[in-house]
Design a protein around this ligand. Structure first.
Ligand code: DUC
Ligand code: ZN
Ligand code: ZN
Length: 471
């Protein structure tokens, strides 16, 4: 008799955003075709998942790979090492950014990023569009055409010399997003306030990496979050505030929601387990640069506030904001200008492989969140909000067989060698977690197993996406 399935995952505990249940999973041609408590034997392959959780593959919708960072700075991960790190951390899908440089056509930016990604990714991917130059041609022709082609989300910035948009430009981008159904992710920190504080700190000789955090206090994030929300309310379009770091921005988001304004919010592992003190390094030395990201990590009270938002639903997604640089590298955190002032340090830290273990351990194991909420925050809501559901983000008949086998009891100390990324450090070094992804399966194929990649680069496919979903 012909085998009924290409693969059966047998004996595990399946977890979705809605349920936990014991089930085998039958897979044919990369899709889930059967869920039952005891599927017949005789499939081509079988995996014994006894004692393991069977989760929808992680989806990380906030990832920077091979992204232009300015003269002399190089990101530590391209699509091969970045996707490898993601797979090591239990992910099956990522959505990195395609960055438009000023003066560049948005379509050309997308073409460039396809060239970087083509044949290199281990897992499936889409692209968000970073719009830095919203000319009439970009807004009138290129963006609508790209949305129609399946690039259904954009990111815009309220800071950074090369990226910042004026308020009027933000309003214009939001109007196009409303018209065509795209999701707008907003980096909410205010340009002028940061510049003002940076100039003042430098004048006072405060140039060590730690002062990055003082140049971007919560007030800066709160003001920009409020302004972003007001713009979204004016245009009447949902937006997502990304990488929310603490209570002050959260209060703006919660206030807006209480008035019926549709604001989604994302937070990240650095706001749960790091504080601004990490930027002090050893006695304010340069090693604090390893933790420089924006917004910066805050304090213990902020960590508690972020937990409150994770528990009560203020946050819909938990993403890594993987933005990797090497530390011992003149093209990374130790670039010559960066040694003279925090102003020139590349902003960002790696986190693709650490994201799910940190949330599982600190959230599920410590009893703060349910397994359902964990799955929602790490997979399902990313798929829903960014137009990939139910192909991705759940375990259901007809969905892609994207599955992570998770050992809920395995104790692991996070360390550089487990990250499989291109950075030469992890900011999460030494953190002890309980719960670990033991096998990552994409479209029915094992892509990472027992600490090693199991496919060659190029197995991952580019995905077009539907217009943004609503929660
Ligand atoms: N914003 C990001 O989203 N990632 C890294 C740096 C930044 O400012
Ligand atoms: Zn950002
Ligand atoms: Zn980012």
């Amino acid at each position: 008799m012909e085998p009924q399935f290409d693969l059966v995952i047998r004996g595990g505990t399946v977890v979705t955003a809605a349920d936990t249940f014991s089930s085998d999973i039958g897979i044919v041609d990369g899709k889930i075709v059967a869920l039952a408590s005891s599927l017949p034997k005789g499939s081509i392959d079988e995996i014994d998942a006894t004692g393991l959780l069977v989760l929808p593959g992680g989806i990380d919708s906030h990832v920077h790979l091979d992204q232009y960072q300015g003269e002399g700075i190089v990101m530590a991960d391209g699509f091969e090492t970045g996707s490898r790190s993601a797979a090591a951390g239990g992910n099956t899908c990522i959505v990195p950014y395609a960055l438009q440089r000023k003066g560049q056509s948005l379509r050309d930016a997308v073409t460039d990023y396809h060239a970087k990604a083509d044949g290199n990714s281990l897992l499936d991917y889409g692209f968000h569009l970073i719009i830095s130059d919203p000319t009439p041609a970009v807004l009138g022709q290129e963006l609508p055409a790209l949305i129609a082609d399946g690039y259904t989300s954009v990111k815009i910035f309220m800071t950074y010399d090369d990226l910042v948009l004026k308020d009027r430009e933000i309003l214009e981008v939001l109007s196009i997003a409303r018209q065509y159904g795209a999701m707008v992710m907003i980096h909410a920190e205010g340009y002028d306030q940061i510049k003002f504080l940076t100039d003042k700190l430098e004048k006072a000789g405060k140039t060590a990496p730690y002062y990055h955090a003082e140049s971007r206090p919560q007030l800066v994030e709160r003001e920009a979050t409020h302004r972003a929300i007001a713009h979204a309310e004016l245009v009447d379009v949902p937006v997502m505030i990304v990488h929310v770091s603490g209570e002050e921005a959260m209060e703006q988001i919660e206030w807006a929601r209480s008035r019926g304004i549709k604001v989604y919010a994302e937070t990240c592992p650095q706001y749960l387990v790091l504080t601004a003190d990490h930027l002090k390094g050893l006695n304010m030395d340069h090693s604090g640069a390893k933790y420089v990201c924006s917004p910066p990590p805050r304090d213990h009270a902020s960590q508690e506030a972020i937990w409150r938002g994770i528990v009560n639903g203020t946050f819909q997604t938990f993403a890594s904001d993987h933005c990797p640089f090497r530390y011992e590298d003149a093209e990374g955190k130790s670039n010559p200008k960066g040694r003279t002032s925090f102003r020139w340090l590349p902003n960002g830290i790696p986190g693709l492989a650490a994201r799910m273990p940190i949330l599982f351990s600190e959230g599920v194991i410590k009893g703060r969140i349910s397994l359902q909420r964990f799955v929602e925050l790490t997979s399902t809501n990313h798929a829903k909000l960014f137009g990939m559901y139910p192909k991705k983000g759940t375990i259901a008949i007809g969905s892609d067989a994207d599955v992570t086998l998770w050992d809920p009891q395995r104790k692991v100390t996070l360390t550089q060698s487990l990250m499989h990324h291109g950075s030469d450090y992890t900011p999460y070094e030494g953190i002890e977690v309980t719960g670990w992804p033991v096998t990552t399966i994409l479209r029915g194929q094992i892509i990472f197993d027992d600490g090693q990649p199991a496919v060659t680069k190029g197995f991952g496919q580019f995905m077009t996406r539907q217009v943004a979903g609503r929660l």
